[in-house]
Ligand binder design. Sequence first.
Ligand SMILES: [Zn+2]
Length: 469
Amino acid sequence: MFIVMYMNGIQKITEVDCKYWSSAETMPHREMKKLQLARLREQVNYLWENSSFYRQKWEQSGFCPALLRTLDDIRRIPILHKEEIRLSQEKEPPYGMMSIPGRGPFIRIGMTSGTTGEPVIIPFNEEDYFGVYCAGAARAVWAAGIRKEDVVHAAFGFTPFLGLAAAYDCCEHLIGSLVIPGGIWNSVMRLTMIKRLGITVLMGTPTYLLHLAKVAEENGINARTLGIKTILTAGEPGKMSIPNTGVRLEEAWGAKIFDYCGTQETHYLAWLCDEGVGHMNEDLAYCEVLNPETDEPVPPGESGKLVVTDLVSKTHPCIRYETGDLVRGIDAGTTCACGRTLSVMKGFMGRVGDVIKVRGVCVSVAGIENVIRGISECSDSYEYIASKNESGMDQITVRVEPKRDVEPGLWDDMRKKVAQKLQLSFMINMDVKILPPGTLPVFELKAKRFRDTRPKIEDSSGAPCVSAK
Ligand SMILES: [Zn+2]
């Protein structure tokens, strides 16, 4: 048994001998659907009464709360685009429609990275931050086996990017672990501190934590001997979306690898259990997978764009928010070997703009990364570029680096091997270039691995993918 208390609005756990963080994790499917509908109705009614933005948007589209009789009726609500949030924040700075009257004072903000335009700002009051957002993260942290006896290191610099920072707050305030920041530490300093402070858990992006293991190796340290038992990744696709990235991390650190994902605008959406299955916080967020071209739902379990409705946050609820992510699909109605009944996220394929159709084939960051990280000679760094060749055909160039111990005389063999594996996986030829080790940039947060140099003409060949590897 375990006991949960609230202190100053913060959930505190006093007993650690329990398998699940929340009773929602084992809720029967039918009950979950009922809960989702009840929460959706409450949320929509609340916004109808309290948000002039939603009231106006919905009235213009002909939607009103009375039309919401089943979960499927959610399709009657118009989709919310990031640009609408951005415009509302320009008009009414700093929060725009993300601030519902009467929901302050705010104790934390999230801010998007701004890769697609001006960053969007997301305010949280105490209840929505600790009671909802961090509580969603707590399930991921708990499922990864992180307990108050652990020493957790946040291997990233603090910014208003909440993906990793809220997991940090969750470890400190909800789980009760000793949490050690280290934003300005360089990699060698981190490695020293891991040993000196007895750190058992690392949190960071997969890219950076692979880089850290490489720095250890370059300094004559075997990362597997440093005592890290658990690695929790976020900020870019990890083990849930790219299994071979999980394999590499596990090999490098000798630790158990867990991964979670979500959006700052809504929630932590999915996280890995001990069985390696991605469970979804579906009592907090209702997720739809839609055909990117028609906005119609795809058949159950199939890939498409992810649209999320926040069922509980009252500070800044996003209803039918188009995340810009493509996912492999969601499986519902199953029970995992771990006992959880939550729907299963099959992984992210990348941002809509990063997944492109070339000669009828979908090429994604996640797909390419999984191939490259399955080839032992390749280092963890790579990028791919879409361009037009001399005949005006779409072409993909993949630039990879060999590991430092691969002799230059073997680089051409490696190039052929990478090209062959990519061809087998995607059924199209890609141009592979080998770069000397250390050429490509190292990212701490949100690696940017795709560039599209093709002329910006909207045509079917550049349309987002409906299905992919
Ligand atoms: Zn499970």
